[in-house]
Write a protein that binds this ligand. Structure first.
Ligand SMILES: Cc1ncc(COP(=O)(O)O)c(C=O)c1O
Length: 403
């Protein structure tokens, strides 16, 4: 047992992990409560990446011509092992955005076909699906999944939305961005497979936030960002592809390893900066050095605490604060007063106002006609950052409404 085990009571904040805050170079004048959007790279990982850049600049030709492929394969194996993914069926890619387009491009679509998304799907992934369908004359359909909902309800709604013979791809999040809801992806994949419908699991937030065994989910395609919760430099994600699809995966850009097929054709994209990938194992090492179970328990407890104090400040009844199905989730949402941030431009404007006036970075999203404040918690956050935010937010929202 560690002091953090099951410490997810929203009443008491968790104890800080000693020294963890010093591992980051964040601006001390800002409460950075939005690890979820772009991560934050520990100083040790920044240095590892800088050392790689120094190595490149000492002899660029040697770096690119001698052993780069082996280093990429080694890194992919390391990352795949961390995620329980088959290293031979996985490819390092820049981000989830790239993987979504790769997958959409690899699925055959005829005019009567459709791609099924949910109303929690990430905006840019939905845009990619729309473009792909428009080009094929196919359709994007969206299934509405309520918040809150039990896992059984979610599976049953997705199951009811599948159209065997027409649905050629289901895209489902493992952790949704706007709502921070988790989805029972193993059961949803099994339900889709009953009708031979392939599934792309968008697990952008999963690596480093939740333990995962990618192979056991049995998704046709699974992608997770390492640059959010696994402390990798930005531009690091892993796409894992089921054996029957590997031959069909075509890179978005053709380069020298095209003839070698997946995953090499996808990973090698010419003269790029590969240092984020090569430094990614240092991020995983940082998590392990801090004690990954302790990190998860700390972050979940702090996110629960933040949700409780912000919810109280905004007079949200405790029963209306969405609770995650997975207690280790490090992001929580607080519904904003009705009528606030109900569209994406309004949500973005409010997020900017909060940053400018309160020096707090957080996420504000419009979802289902409601504005949702999304709080992240990471080892560099302190309970008093949420306390201070909670003290000052109501007055800001009041003046914002009047203005
Ligand atoms: C659920 C989800 N999918 C996809 C993405 C896109 O990730 P990236 O910008 O790294 O491609 C995000 C980013 O926040 C996300 O939350």
């Amino acid at each position: 047992m560690t002091p953090y085990d099951r410490n997810v009571s929203a009443e008491q904040p968790p104890a800080a992990l000693p020294g963890a805050r010093l591992l980051f170079s964040l601006d001390p004048g800002v409460s950075y409560l939005n690890h979820g959007s772009f991560g934050a790279v520990p100083i040790g990982v920044q240095r590892a990446q800088q050392r790689l850049r120094d190595e490149i600049e000492s002899n660029p030709l040697r770096f690119f011509a001698q052993g780069l492929s082996d280093r990429i394969i080694h890194t992919r194996r390391h990352v795949a092992a961390f995620l329980g993914a088959d290293p031979e069926g996985s490819a390092l890619v820049a981000n989830t955005t790239t993987a979504a387009s790769l997958v959409l491009q690899s699925v055959k679509l005829e005019p009567a076909d459709e791609v099924l998304l949910s109303d929690h799907s990430y905006g840019s992934v939905a845009l990619a699906a729309r473009r792909r369908c428009r080009r094929a004359g196919a359709t994007v359909r969206t299934v509405a999944l309520p918040m809150p909902a039990t896992d059984a309800e979610l599976v049953s709604r997705v199951r009811a939305a599948l159209r065997p013979g027409r649905t050629k791809l289901l895209v489902i999040d493992q952790i949704a961005s706007a709502t921070a809801m988790t989805f029972p992806v193993r059961e949803i994949v099994a339900a889709a497979h009953e009708h031979e419908i392939p599934v792309l699991v968008d697990a952008a937030h999963v690596p480093g936030m939740l333990p995962v065994d990618v192979a056991s989910i049995r998704a046709d395609f699974w992608v997770g960002n390492l640059h959010k919760w696994a402390f990798a430099p930005r531009g690091t994600a892993l796409l894992s592809v089921a054996p029957e699809w590997r031959r069909k995966i075509e890179p978005l850009v053709v380069s020298w390893e095209q003839e070698q097929g997946y995953p090499h054709s996808v990973e090698y994209q010419g003269t790029l900066d590969y240092t984020p990938w090569l430094a990614a194992p240092t991020g995983i090492f940082t998590l392990r050095t801090l004690g990954w179970a302790d990190v998860r328990a700390h972050n979940a407890a702090l996110a629960a605490y933040g949700q409780r104090v912000l919810g109280d400040a905004l007079n949200v009844p405790r029963g209306e604060l969405p609770q995650p199905a997975d207690p280790e989730l490090a992001m929580r949402v607080v519904p904003l007063p009705a009528g606030l941030a109900t569209t994406t431009p309004e949500a973005q404007a409010l997020r900017q106002l909060i940053a400018d006036k309160l020096a707090v970075e957080t996420a504000v999203n419009a979802w289902g006609g409601r504005g949702l404040l999304r709080l992240s918690a990471q080892v560099y956050n302190r309970p008093d950052e949420y306390d201070r935010f909670a003290e000052r937010l109501p007055a800001l929202l009041h003046s914002y409404r009047r203005g």
